[in-house]
Design a protein around this ligand. Structure first.
Ligand SMILES: [Zn+2]
Length: 393
């Protein structure tokens, strides 16, 4: 008895002496470990989302332009067909999807600029036997230049209407979060959609889910796809990475929305998880695999269980990042978080342009359960559902 008590005391002393292993850092590591386990092999392309993110959003700079140029100038993949009514005409970095209906085409995202849109979207469509003149709508999933850059050119050339969320139209009109000389100017305001609204063109209806996080008005479109006689339900997760800096409101939004879409994907039977960046859904490999797939099998049909896991991976990574920012705040570097948390002697400067950070603070006392965020145009969000992530013993 005495011996084991002594051993326990020594172990505790060692743990206390080792300052890097605070319980909160253990929490971060546990989240990342959870995410990795949930991702397994087939979803491991999502794991970069779990990497630590900077507290400050990248400002326009020659270095950012250089990085973007590298991403844009990668050799593009072959354009291809994912379903009877869904085609890929994107680059190696950013996606552009063409949804075919009985009364025209819907282009989902328009790449970085008019030149790239002409080369890859128009060029790819011609190679696939699609006529760009049939584009009726251009959906901009969120207001970052890699998705809207070619939109105005396509709209003007073919008389198409441009669809984005109200909140991202506002952002594109009054204050871009990111900018680069490699991106063409944002499109002129056109159709604004709200959470849960639908667009029907011919035989296809697209439902727009506003999933704030990556931007405040990110759209995740949900629509039917067909493969032979089989119908499937697809969604394109509209914004993936946490490149917005230390913004707890956004992380709370992201956590809530991944939970909401996870729940809806079960209710609606979403079995085709897609992204607007091919690196986050394995598009290029799947397009290749589809050309040799046996009749009746389609590598893009992952199943509802995989959609569920993908949402849990993103959710868990968002929780890891939120905890990292909390840790920094507790260390005294997080100014207003430390102040709001009543941490003595750690009052820092107040960052006035981050109004919605205050909303994130409300969720502070509860690390594990997401708080519902009443973002504009997301009134149908409802209460978030707990994820019940199984923790390793
Ligand atoms: Zn983006």
């Amino acid at each position: 008895m005495i011996r084991s008590a002594l051993v326990g005391g020594v172990a505790l002393a060692a743990l206390v002496a080792c300052s890097t292993f605070t319980p909160s850092q253990v929490t971060v590591d546990q989240y990342v470990e959870d995410a990795r386990r949930i991702a397994g092999e087939d979803l491991k392309f999502l794991m970069p989302v779990c990497n630590p993110q900077p507290a400050v959003r990248a400002a326009p700079s020659p270095a950012m332009d250089e990085m973007l140029a590298k991403l844009i100038n990668q050799p593009p993949p072959e354009p291809g067909q994912a379903f009877d009514n869904l085609y890929y005409v994107g680059s190696a970095w950013v996606s552009a999807w063409v949804l075919k209906t009985s009364e025209g085409l819907i282009l989902i995202d328009a790449l970085n600029n008019a030149k790239e849109a002409a080369d890859l979207i128009e060029g790819g469509m011609h190679r696939l036997g699609l006529d760009p003149a049939q584009i009726r709508y251009v959906l901009v999933t969120h207001g970052h230049g890699d998705h809207y850059g070619g939109a105005q050119m396509i709209a003007e050339r073919y008389g198409a209407r441009i669809v984005a969320s109200e909140i991202d139209w506002q952002m594109m009109e009054t204050g871009l979060e990111f900018d680069s000389k490699l991106w063409d100017r944002p499109p002129k305001r056109d159709i604004a959609v709200r959470d849960g609204e639908t667009l029907t063109l011919g035989d296809i209806t697209v439902r727009f889910m506003i999933t704030p996080g990556h931007t405040l008005g990110t759209i995740t479109p949900v629509f039917d796809v067909r493969d032979g006689g089989r119908a499937h339900k697809a969604m394109i997760w509209g914004g993936t990475s946490f490149n917005f800096g230390r913004d707890m409101g956004r992380l709370d939004g992201y956590i809530a929305q991944t939970e909401r879409i996870r729940e809806l994907s079960s209710k609606w039977g979403i079995d085709v998880p897609l992204s607007n960046h091919p690196g986050y859904d394995g598009t290029v490999a799947k397009l290749k695999a589809r050309t040799t797939a046996a009749p009746g099998s389609n590598p893009f049909v992952s199943g509802q269980a995989v959609v569920d896991r993908a949402m849990r991976v993103l959710n868990t990574c968002a929780r890891a990042q939120k905890t990292r920012f909390q840790l920094t705040a507790q260390a005294g570097a997080g100014n207003i978080y430390a102040a709001e948390m009543n941490v003595q002697g750690q009052m820092g400067s107040h960052n006035d342009d981050d109004d919605h950070i205050h909303a994130g603070i409300l969720a502070f006392s509860n690390t594990y359960d997401a708080q519902p965020m009443s973002f504009p145009f997301s009134v149908n969000a409802g209460a978030p559902v707990g994820l019940h992530v199984n923790r390793a013993p």
